[in-house]
Design a protein around this ligand. Sequence first.
Ligand SMILES: NC(=O)C1=CN([C@@H]2O[C@H](COP(=O)(O)OP(=O)(O)OC[C@H]3O[C@@H](n4cnc5c(N)ncnc54)[C@H](OP(=O)(O)O)[C@@H]3O)[C@@H](O)[C@H]2O)C=CC1
Ligand SMILES: O=C(CO)COP(=O)(O)O
Length: 332
Amino acid sequence: MTFHHAGVIGAGAWGTALAQVCARAGLQVTLQARETEVVASINDAHENALFLPGVTLEPTIRATADMSALADCDLILAVAPAQHLRSALAALAPHLKAGVPVVLCAKGVEQGSLKLMTEVAAETIPDAPIAVLSGPSFAGEVARGLPTAVTLACDDEELARVIAHAIATPTFRPYVAGDMIGAEAGGAVKNVLAIACGVVEGKGLGRSAHASVITRGFAELTRFAVALGARAETLNGLCGLGDLVLTCSSPQSRNMSVGLALGQGLTLEQALAGKLSVAEGVASAPAVRALARKLGVEVPICEAVAAILDGDLAVDAAIAGLLSRPLKSEGF
Ligand SMILES: NC(=O)C1=CN([C@@H]2O[C@H](COP(=O)(O)OP(=O)(O)OC[C@H]3O[C@@H](n4cnc5c(N)ncnc54)[C@H](OP(=O)(O)O)[C@@H]3O)[C@@H](O)[C@H]2O)C=CC1
Ligand SMILES: O=C(CO)COP(=O)(O)O
């Protein structure tokens, strides 16, 4: 199987960056956006002025508002945010040819249903071969051609390899893996943990606290993913540890910047005011909390983040609560 024409759903920052990657990898690219101004900006000025300003896009990328324009694609990358993936895939379904693989790129858990993105895809496009792309990748960096490596997970190893080769460039290295649940759980939970790290930063709690939250957060993330059916080793890779370290370490992360604002005393409403872009951890935190409770897994940092976002727990009380938990073991 070889691919020639990639369709990208969602022209936010990441969809646009992935369209850029695919174009650089030599694929014909059709990028579907909902806003006509985004379509015009990409087609006329080769820039996504709304979601990824300042990056010159490959001139071969064609944007469209019309989902039916993806009917000729032999590979689809679904990059709508997690809370909109269901409606985006439902809109794609009538235009999706049999056998065309769909790569899920959103990082989140669906609120209400508490479903992972692969479960949403199983309900909306049940016959499509599915893969998951996740890992440390700030859209702006990737779109500018700065190097990174990501996880491309799929049940079908051969398909994972073919997709990885089709979208790889000298600066974008997909590593294949067989564990889709691990890849998507890693991406969803690291966003919640990045909010926690932002709070640590905003409160000025220091580098040691920051490293402790990343490490205990990683334990939490792995526990949660394994309870969902993931393999722990997947979380040691780019889609787990790799993305956690990136997102928890830079205010370039929308999730970390929300946490920073909360730590500095802003309300959630103030932290999100005027922002077009998504901080997926805000919607995923309550879903991760609910799913963890259902699975009987302890996720104290995610619980604290969800309670802060709900307005049920003040930041200082959340910090005091985490610090006063019974002492634990790292293993004997
Ligand atoms: N930005 C990044 O660095 C990275 C982001 N991701 C993940 O990619 C996903 C998309 O994020 P990103 O591209 O950054 O998004 P942005 O915040 O840049 O853009 C917002 C996106 O939301 C979409 N959107 C808003 N409302 C709706 C709606 N009602 N229905 C469908 N789509 C809607 C927009 O679609 P439209 O264009 O059609 O308006 C646009 O794609 C997220 O899950 C994110 O975690 C993963 C790796 C890196
Ligand atoms: O997923 C990302 C990097 O891998 C982007 O993180 P933010 O959504 O927090 O900006």
